[in-house]
Design a protein around this ligand. Sequence first.
Ligand SMILES: C[S@@+](CC[C@H](N)C(=O)[O-])C[C@H]1O[C@@H](n2cnc3c(N)ncnc32)[C@H](O)[C@@H]1O
Length: 362
Amino acid sequence: MNKLALYCRPGFEKEMAAEITDRAAALGIFGFARVQEHSGYVIFECYQPNDVDRLAREIPFNGLIFARQMLVVSDLLENLDPTDRISPIIRVFEKISAQVDIRLSAELFVETADTNESKELSTFCRKFTVPLRQALKKQAWLADKPNPKSGHFLHCFFVKPNCCYVGYSYTDNHSEHFMGIPRLKFPFDAPSRSTLKLEEAILTFIPRKEEEKRLNDRMVGVDLGACPGGWTYQLVKRGLFVYAVDHGKMAESLHETGRIEHCAEDGFKFQPPKRKKIDWLVCDMVEQPSRITNLIGKWLVNGWCRETIFNLKLPMKKRYQEVVQCLANLAEVLNQKGLTFKIQAKHLYHDREEITVHVVIK
Ligand SMILES: C[S@@+](CC[C@H](N)C(=O)[O-])C[C@H]1O[C@@H](n2cnc3c(N)ncnc32)[C@H](O)[C@@H]1O
């Protein structure tokens, strides 16, 4: 096997391809990315067959911006016989098991890309999961119950009804979500749908067991570009007091919590109130990404906050290059100040033409 499949948001295949090519090259692994625009995935083909498993283990999945999922896959299985799709798939898993120990794997995902065209396929995938799961259990490649101790997930990735890739991902280096998409429920009392962006960001960047320590009612946050309040809602829900900075109107329900102060000011000029220690800065202002990263850099360098989540709205062209440049500039500013920090960035499911970035000062 020499192929890595990476799921992404449809329309971002070129960015995904550029990113995986860069990241593989940094490990001394070379290949080429097959891009079909708006397909929702990219196949990166390594020149050396044995390299692909290394990529799946050694490129930290959390460090990939545009990938929703990363898995090692077979060649495309085409023209599957609708009366017996399972046998050829099992034969591929047989080959995989000769190279990788997939015994008692944790889960099976029968997936499609996240495109409109694939919607019909997903009903088929759901149904097909049942017999395929049985067949894999019979071979002891899949555990009877979801097995948290196993090192692998098994995947069958359908691109057409009789056409799929078969493969595996590493449980310590992948997305645990079906199709790489966390399913979040819109909170009925949230002021805007944007709330799901911050919720997904917190889920993605902050380990569950640390959430209470890192976001709690002893903390104070600032939300730049806060109106109508979807992001502020997420912070208030976790107990924080929030300075909500925006010339617009905040949802009445947030005022009623007594946990916000609305500051009708310019987010680029706003400074934390004197003698107030700010723990968190969040920012969802629609502005050039370089202006936003400069602003965030200023807050971190001045010690005005220790942790931040912000969006970078992507330009029309050279989106990958722009993101890399902005993050490199931010890292340089923090390095110059001698700060120890961690930057993570992800094109979240709830992001459209934007990515979400998390920075924590250690
Ligand atoms: C995408 S909306 C934010 C939505 C918000 N995060 C939510 O969840 O409801 C962007 C907001 O940024 C505000 N904004 C844009 N430029 C700003 C600036 N320079 N200072 C303050 N707010 C600004 C706009 O007024 C707008 O309300």
